[in-house]
Design a protein around this ligand. Structure first.
Ligand SMILES: C[S@@+](CC[C@H](N)C(=O)[O-])C[C@H]1O[C@@H](n2cnc3c(N)ncnc32)[C@H](O)[C@@H]1O
Length: 469
């Protein structure tokens, strides 16, 4: 009995490693589906789950295994033997390597179908409206963040992270998601980085200075450093950037082992804010933000989201609206002229100053902004009094969804309608299960905000069960 107990795991280990040995030979795979990370999926040798980077359903491909993950084998394409009918030639030389785009090799219609299917899978008991696609599928992003890196051979990189690489940075030559003007500026920063042979920050050794550089709008630059560089080297970069940027910041992000990390934003040059102008339902909306404040990264499509949000809530003019996770107040500002009052809650302190400016730019006087964690703000008795008989709650949380404490408090408010806007429908589906205890799901409307990526924005309107739909 005892020896059987010992022999069984040895048998399992041997059969597995023998199987793996066969897998090191060329493998042919027929792609049948997509994983959550956008890879093509297949089964090999009847039992191994395979995820193939850059594959499309209908492809027959020869692949090379690059990693044995806990739930699957990760593979790269060596050769496409039969091409899927939905396969298209990617525009970018980095497609299939860059973690920014996962779907450039698939036609845009098919990308939308994949996203529609994924939402229908998450909400199987409800009808899902057809996804709204983007008119503009290239150069649509208003924000990009690039990472500094150096390999063991001393080669320096500045760009996006390679897919399936655990943080290896791509030697970026082009990008079709970012505005066209970003790439030449990125090249200037890379030349400065190489000229001085600067050190990227290593979280393993806790050494080096450079972390990342972010470009936003037209154009705010934020250089994130782990520690300051010699003044003349920083000044050289600032002189280069001044020709292109309206606003420059250094974000000093200090992380020491065993200590809480700290962040300090240092304004270096030009305007303290960057600006954006949206057209929402025929009305102009001028917005500003600072580096720590959130703003939707696809300005054109955020107009579509805001218009759809107004349609779904269908305000009559006398409502009080609670805008939770409000960023610089964008959603609340878009609603303000349709309702009696908006109360917005957001954790980032700078966003309050930005939201106050945004109210002034747009002559909005009925928006109140609270800088706080949602779960704490909703415990406040005075606020609770203001929110008695609440008409509409809009929630637009970060990717993790609504925290359990915040969920408990927001359910206590018994809002008549809730509009849930999500950038991560998976956590949204879990939250909807909680909300369904007291709410009925109305319309579900997916919107594509990020063509060629795996991300989908999803809007769901919920009605309190005791209210009429
Ligand atoms: C997806 S963004 C939405 C922003 C805004 N609704 C918009 O459309 O621009 C999520 C926002 O939630 C904020 N946030 C994250 N955790 C929070 C919390 N616990 N309490 C309040 N706000 C939070 C983030 O800073 C971010 O601005």
């Amino acid at each position: 009995m005892g020896s059987k107990v010992y022999l069984f795991p040895i048998f399992l280990f041997l059969s597995y490693t023998l199987g793996m040995k066969k897998l090191s030979e060329p493998i042919i795979a027929s792609i049948k589906g997509y994983s959550k990370s956008g890879d093509g999926t297949a089964r090999v040798q009847h039992r191994h789950r395979l995820q193939v980077i850059g594959a499309a359903v209908g492809d027959k491909v020869q692949v090379r295994i690059i990693r044995n993950e806990r739930t699957h084998l990760l593979a790269k394409i060596v050769e496409i033997l039969e091409s899927a009918p939905t396969r298209v030639k990617p525009k970018c030389i980095h497609a299939g390597t860059c973690g920014g785009c996962r779907f450039q090799h698939i036609s845009y219609d098919e990308q939308l179908k994949i996203k529609q299917d994924s939402i229908e899978e998450l909400f199987p008991t409800y009808p899902v409206n057809p996804i709204i696609g983007c008119d503009n599928i290239w150069h649509y992003r208003g924000k990009m963040e690039y990472t500094f890196s150096k390999d063991q051979g001393g080669n320096q990189f500045l760009g996006l992270i390679e897919c399936g690489s655990y943080g290896r940075v791509l030697d970026m030559k082009e990008c079709f998601l970012a505005p066209k003007k970003f790439m030449p500026i990125l090249n200037l920063v890379k030349a400065w980085f190489v000229k001085h042979n600067l050190e990227p920050y290593s979280s393993i050794k806790c050494e080096g200075n450079l972390k990342s550089i972010a470009f936003r709008g037209d154009l705010q630059v934020t250089l994130t450093l782990a520690s300051r560089l010699p003044t003349e080297i920083e000044q050289e970069l600032i002189a280069i950037l001044k020709d292109h940027a309206t606003s420059i910041y250094i974000n000093l992000h200090v992380a020491k082992r065993g200590m809480r990390s700290t962040q300090e934003l240092i304004h270096i040059y030009g305007d303290t804010h960057f600006y954006e102008e949206l057209q929402v339902a025929g009305k102009k909306l001028k917005l500003c933000a600072m580096p720590y404040s959130f703003m939707q990264p696809n300005p054109k499509q955020s107009q579509v989201i805001l218009e759809e949000a107004i349609k779904m809530v269908d305000p009559k003019g006398n409502e009080t609206v609670l805008d939770l996770y409000s960023g610089v107040g964008t959603i609340g500002l878009a609603f303000a002229s349709y309702v009696k009052k908006v109360i917005a809650i957001e954790i980032v302190k700078e966003a309050k100053e930005n939201a106050i400016r945004n109210c002034e730019y747009n002559q909005i006087k009925n928006l109140e902004f609270i800088a706080s964690d949602v779960k704490d703000a909703l415990l406040d008795d005075e606020l609770k009094k203001k929110l008695q008989d609440l008409d509409v709650m809009i929630v637009d949380p970060p990717r993790g969804g609504i925290e359990p404490k915040a969920m408990r408090e927001l359910l206590r408010l018994k809002a008549k309608k809730i509009l849930y806007i999500s950038c991560n429908p998976k956590t949204q589906a879990a939250d909807i299960k909680e909300l369904e205890k007291e709410y009925k799901v109305g319309k579900i409307q997916p919107i594509d905000q990020f063509p060629h990526t795996i991300h989908t924005e999803n809007l769901i309107i919920l009605f309190r069960k005791s209210q009429q739909m």
